[in-house]
Design a protein around this ligand. Structure first.
Ligand code: PLP
Ligand code: COI
Length: 351
C-alpha cells in the first residue's frame, strides 16, 4: 500500500460552535478524521473525511469479541503556529504491539505518520493554543469484519479522530488502592492498549467513585500487595527524595510519559528507583511522613498530582509541597512538548 491519501473536505467547519476557553477532555471533535480499511488481506489507501458516524454490520466482531485497540497522543502549537507532536513513532510502535497481541494486522508506520500529519495540517485551526489545552489524538483499530464465529475478523478499520481538549481531571485527584479486583493478569493483555482493559476497569472504578475517589490504583492480581498503575496513567511515588515507579510488565502499560519522566528526572539529578513497591511500604511512608508525593503520568493526564489515597478503609492525605517533583517535571515535559524549551532528546516532531 502507499500513503496516497484521498481527501474529502467538510462543507462547513464546526469550529465556530466550540468554546476554546472552556474545553473539557475529548468531548468535541475536529472537522475531519482519517479512515483506512483492511480488506482482502491488506491495508488500503487512507482517506480523510468529514468527521461523522460510521456504519457497521451488527455481526462485526468488535461488538462480540472486543477486538479493538487504541492510542492516545497530543498535538501542540508553539507561538509561531508550528504544529508539534511528542514521540509519535512510539505511539505507532505501541499500537502495533497491541495489534499483534489482539491478532489485528499491524499498520505501516510511514502511512500512519504521513496520514496523521496530513490530518493535522487540514485541522490545524483545531489545535488549541491556550496553556493546558492541546489537540488530543485518538488513533484506533477495530474488527469491522463480520460473523459470529469466535475467531479474528478478516476486515479491520483504522480511524484517527482528534478532539481539542483541556485537562483530564478537574480538581484534586484522590485514588483508591485496589484490594479485590484486578485490571490485568500475567500472560494477559494489560500491556496492550486494548479497549477491553478499560471496560474491565469501569465497575471497580465506579465503586471507587461512589466512595469519593477519582481513580483506582491497581495492585498485582495475585497478592494485591504491589502497586502497579492507575486506570489511565502510570504511577510515581516519592519517598523522601527518591522517585519510585514500578517496572513495566505483562500487566502494565509501557507509558511514553513515564519513560520521558524517568529520563528527565535522571537529567535533573533526581534519585530514581524503578522497582516493585508494596502498598505497605507506601502506607508506612505515609504514616511516618516520608511519603512526599504521588502522581500519575500519562498523555491525557500529563502529570496529575495525587492529593490522597484510600486503603483498607483509611484515607491518607499527601502534603501540599511548594516545590514538588510533579510541578518541576510537568514544566520540563510540557516546555519540550510546546517548544518553550530546547529538546535535547529529539522527542518533538514538527508537522
Ligand atoms: N497506563 C494506562 C492504563 C493508560 O491508559 C495510559 C494512557 O495512555 C498510561 C498508562 C500512560 O501512557 P502514555 O504516557 O503513553 O500516555
Ligand atoms: C491517554 O492518556 O492517552 C489514554 O489513552 C488514557 C485514556 C484512557 C484517556
Amino acid at each position: 500500500m502507499s500513503s496516497n491519501i484521498q481527501i474529502e473536505l467538510i462543507q462547513k467547519s464546526n469550529i465556530d460552535n466550540v468554546d476554546f476557553n472552556n474545553l473539557s477532555f475529548g468531548s468535541v471533535f475536529s472537522d475531519h478524521m482519517l479512515v483506512c480499511d483492511y480488506v482482502d488481506g491488506k491495508w488500503q489507501s487512507p482517506t480523510i473525511l468529514p468527521y461523522a458516524p460510521i456504519q457497521l454490520d451488527p455481526s462485526a466482531k468488535i461488538f462480540h469479541y472486543g477486538q479493538s485497540i487504541f492510542e492516545g497522543m497530543k498535538a501542540y502549537k508553539d507561538t509561531d503556529n508550528n504544529i508539534l507532536l511528542f514521540r509519535p513513532l512510539d505511539n505507532c510502535k505501541r499500537l502495533n504491539k497491541s495489534a499483534k497481541r489482539l491478532v489485528i494486522p499491524t499498520f505501516p508506520e510511514d502511512v500512519f505518520m504521513d496520514g496523521l500529519k496530513e490530518l493535522l495540517k487540514i485541522d490545524s485551526a483545531w489545535i488549541p493554543k491556550n496553556e493546558g489545552s492541546s489537540l488530543y489524538i485518538r488513533p484506533f483499530i477495530f474488527a469491522s469484519g463480520e460473523g459470529f464465529h469466535a475467531s479474528p475478523a478478516d476486515e479491520y478499520k483504522l480511524i484517527i479522530a482528534t478532539a481539542p481538549s483541556g485537562a483530564y481531571f478537574s480538581g484534586k485527584v484522590k485514588v483508591l488502592i485496589e484490594e479485590k479486583y484486578a485490571r490485568a493478569a500475567n500472560g494477559g493483555v494489560g500491556f496492550a492498549k486494548a479497549g477491553g482493559n478499560y471496560a474491565a476497569q469501569f465497575y471497580p472504578t465506579q465503586l471507587a467513585i461512589e466512595k469519593g475517589y477519582n481513580q483506582v490504583i491497581w495492585t498485582d492480581d495475585n497478592t494485591h500487595e504491589y502497586i502497579e498503575e492507575a486506570g489511565a496513567m502510570n504511577i510515581f511515588i516519592r519517598i523522601n527524595d527518591t522517585l519510585i515507579t514500578s517496572p513495566t510488565s505483562d500487566r502494565i502499560l509501557d507509558g511514553i510519559t513515564r519513560k520521558s519522566i524517568l529520563q528527565i528526572a535522571e537529567d535533573e539529578n533526581i534519585a530514581i528507583e524503578v522497582r516493585k513497591i508494596t502498598v505497605s511500604e507506601v502506607v508506612e511512608a505515609a504514616k511516618n511522613r516520608s511519603l512526599k508525593e504521588m502522581f500519575g503520568a500519562g498523555t491525557a493526564a500529563v502529570i496529575s498530582p495525587i492529593a490522597g489515597f484510600g486503603y483498607q478503609n483509611t484515607d491518607y492525605d499527601l502534603p501540599e509541597l511548594k516545590s514538588s517533583y510533579a510541578s518541576l517535571l510537568k514544566k520540563r515535559i510540557t516546555d519540550i512538548q510546546t517548544n518553550k524549551a530546547p529538546d535535547p532528546y529529539g522527542w518533538r516532531v514538527l508537522v
